[in-house]
Design a protein around this ligand. Structure first.
Ligand code: FES
Length: 253
């Protein structure tokens, strides 16, 4: 497997994370020697991001809270690696804003219905709270962890790594393509709203097998659907992922 990371400077193809990382993940082994559950910061080469000085270090919840205080929206996000897989951890001031009027720049997690690219209804993001099977994904600690491979052609979207209207530090409610703080895939400009949680359907590119998943919403571009969530815990202050839904992360394998 080859991974293409988006950066402000362009694409970096990462063969080094290839089959070793992914196979190790599926086998429940670590490719790095760290705990299987640890998520580490990954600062894309050539980028100048708030977590550059923490590249390779375990992600802490407090680091996201601290960075969010520098934001107009109170949001923060960072790219990371979990057992060789690309992820984006996103902090949203959900608890603070969820009882306020739903207005611009007061972000919170929203739950919406998901539809396939052909318009078929799949299910509701509210199933995260209603169905026992999705209980590990219940929103907590004002954060979500996203498996960051683009359902279009498998590049790796980033957060605020390029400068355009989709990546500016502002937020509009409703899960539309308007407003900033989208995850943006530089390959062909797909956009995803990391504050909208939906249920959707994807297919394994090799086998054609379909699977339903809980993930974030695609708001624009050629990607057919959004990207899946990864359950996690905050252990002390460390952010650790859980392998409950590993089938969801194979669509590019
Ligand atoms: S691979 Fe992401 S938009 Fe094409």
């Amino acid at each position: 497997m080859r991974l293409s990371f988006n950066t402000a400077a362009g694409l970096i193809t990462m063969a080094s994370l290839g089959s070793v990382g992914f196979a190790s993940f599926l086998m429940g082994q670590s490719s790095s020697g760290d705990s299987d559950s640890a998520i580490t910061f990954y600062a894309p080469k050539g980028s100048d991001v708030w977590y550059s000085s923490m590249d390779g270090q375990p992600m802490t919840h407090q680091s996201f809270v601290t960075e969010a205080a520098n934001s107009e929206t109170g949001m923060s996000a960072a790219a990371g690696l979990w057992s060789g897989l690309p992820v984006i951890a996103t902090y949203v001031p959900h608890q603070e804003n969820s009882s306020k009027p739903l207005v611009e720049n007061e972000p919170r997690f929203q739950f919406q219905d998901g539809y396939t690219s052909s318009g078929a209804y799949v299910g509701s993001g509210y199933e995260i709270n209603e169905k026992e099977e999705y209980a590990p994904l219940s929103v907590h600690d004002n954060m979500i962890i996203i498996f960051s491979r683009c359902p279009h052609l498998c590049c790796i979207p980033g957060w605020q790594l390029v400068n355009n209207d989709f990546t500016t530090d502002n937020w509009y409610p409703g899960g539309t393509d308007s407003g900033g703080n989208k995850l943006f895939c530089i390959c062909h400009s797909s956009r995803y709203d990391p504050t909208v949680i939906e249920k959707n359907r994807n297919r394994n590119r090799s086998s054609g097998a379909e699977f339903d998943y809980i993930g974030i919403k695609r708001t624009g571009g050629p990607a057919p659907v959004g990207m899946p969530l990864i359950p996690f815990v905050v252990n002390g202050d460390l952010i650790e992922a859980l392998p409950d839904f590993k089938d969801w992360y194979t669509f590019c394998a």
